[in-house]
Design a protein around this ligand. Structure first.
Ligand code: S3P
Length: 452
């Protein structure tokens, strides 16, 4: 049984640890894993994927692609094989498509389906059903797709793909790789050229990977931002893909090693695409000892090993322009900031309000429960560091709000805080990092089930 389908919450407790030690690998990148399955599903031929993230969010995408007519199957060798159906080949699924907890899964899939004449109902869990979907249904309607939505434009949503799609030019109103990708994927089966204008750069895996699949895609840098143009109705060619480790998952052992005295670890094979490395830059600015070793290119992405040693950190200001390159990393950065000398100020956080939880509110509540002083506004957060010894920190129970990154962040806090931290529910860790507890405890951490 998967963890999130367990009915009862699974609380966990994390105690102060000795130094963490080891060489580890974290699971494959989530953004690339979703995309590899989806692009493989509409390519011609068999796409093979090594290193796919086998976590609930991605498995839901694999099931959705199979329900749409493209089979995605794991071989006994751990390699996933996707039989693609071509850019116009998806068909109506017999059942609703369940995307679980994943905004990336549902928003990109809606893009992929929007220009094919099929009907599909998309559903998700309580967290996903609260998140805004108008940001994709509005531009996808411009292609000719129609949507029946629940109140507020939210899930469940029934999508009717356009029979005679038209191409679209769209300027992103929010800095969102999911919205950019949904529009580009709709462009795959629209005639002519679809253009997305991106005023603030966001992760560019869609552009890189689509080019690898042979899409006619061009990027131009203009005064109003990046113009990404795709020529529709050209077939994609199946690829052999290798997914490197997810920097957003590496963030947890990385911060754990920085804040836990006596630690020295190596996290191998991490994707270092510059649109994803904002946290590493920030932690180095804070005085963190993070060396990138063995830099290389793999599958069109820069990859390296992160050598991390416990460090005395100091507070910094993290500017808004950096937010898209570390948008999922603010909860764990806030934990690092709790052990720094001085105050850390983070700006440009408005998108944190609409993630798996309202992450700004969830982080503040979790920090307050563990003795950390914070101040915040609509789109900023200040965290007063308690110093490297974590003397006054810990002792609180954190409400995770169905959010994997809130759960993992506050378990990391417990490694270096004076008193243990608790999270009310760890089930959602399975959406992105199923063996988080095993990996951390294998390096010397003490995460355990609390006594009842
Ligand atoms: C993702 C984009 C980001 C990120 C999410 C994954 C992607 O979301 O938070 O975890 O794979 O495109 P937004 O595009 O909504 O910022």
């Amino acid at each position: 049984m998967s963890q999130t389908s367990a009915v009862a919450p699974l609380p966990l407790l994390s105690r102060r640890s000795q130094g963490l030690r080891g060489r580890v690998r974290v699971p494959g990148d989530k953004s690339m894993s979703h995309r590899a399955l989806m692009f493989g599903a509409v390519a011609l031929g068999e796409t093979t994927i090594r290193g796919l993230l086998e976590a609930e969010d991605v498995i839901n995408t694999a099931r959705a692609m199979t329900a749409l007519g493209a089979s995605a199957v794991r071989g006994p060798d751990g390699v996933w094989r996707v039989q693609g159906v071509g850019v116009a080949g998806l068909r109506s699924p017999a059942q609703p498509l369940d995307f679980g907890n994943s905004g990336t899964g549902v928003r990109l899939a809606m893009g992929l389906m929007a220009t094919t004449p099929l009907t599909a109902t998309c559903v998700g869990d309580a967290s996903l059903s609260r998140r805004p979907m108008g940001r994709v249904t509005v531009p996808l309607s411009a292609f000719g797709a129609r949507f029946e939505t629940a109140e507020g434009g939210r899930l469940p949503i029934t999508l009717h793909g356009a029979r005679n799609p038209v191409p679209v030019a769209y300027t992103l109103p929010v800095a969102s790789a999911q919205v950019k990708s949904a529009v580009l994927l709709a462009g795959l089966n629209a005639p002519g050229r679809t253009t997305v204008i991106e005023p603030t750069p966001t992760r560019d895996h869609t552009e890189r990977m689509l080019k690898g699949f042979g899409a006619r895609l061009a990027v131009e840098h203009k005064p109003d931002g990046r113009h990404i143009t795709i020529e529709g109705q050209h077939e994609l060619t199946a690829q052999a893909l290798d997914v490197p480790g997810d920097p957003s998952s590496a963030a947890f052992p990385m911060v754990a090693a920085l804040v836990t005295a006596g630690s020295e670890i190596v996290i191998e094979n991490i994707m270092l695409n510059p649109t994803r490395t904002g946290l590493i830059d920030t932690l180095i600015e804070m005085g963190g000892s993070i060396a990138i070793e063995n830099r290389r290119l793999a599958g069109g992405e820069e990859v390296g090993d992160l050598h991390v040693k416990a460090s005395r950190l100091r507070g910094v200001t993290v500017p808004a322009v950096r937010a898209p390159s570390m948008i999922d990393e603010y909860p764990i950065l806030s934990v690092a900031a709790s052990f720094a000398d001085g105050t850390t100020r983070m700006e440009g956080l408005e998108e944190l309000r609409v993630k798996e939880s309202d992450r700004l509110a969830a982080v503040e509540a979790g920090l307050a429960a563990n003795g950390v002083t914070t101040r915040s506004g609509r789109d900023w957060l200040e965290v007063d560091g308690g110093g490297a010894d974590g003397r006054k920190l810990g002792g609180g129970t954190v409400v995770t709000h169905m959010d994997h990154r809130i759960a993992m962040s506050f378990l990391v806090m417990g490694f270096a805080a004076a008193s243990a931290t608790r999270v009310d529910d760890s089930r959602f860790i399975a959406t992105s990092f199923p063996d988080f507890t095993g990996l951390m405890n294998g390096m010397g951490a003490k995460i355990e089930a609390p006594d009842r």
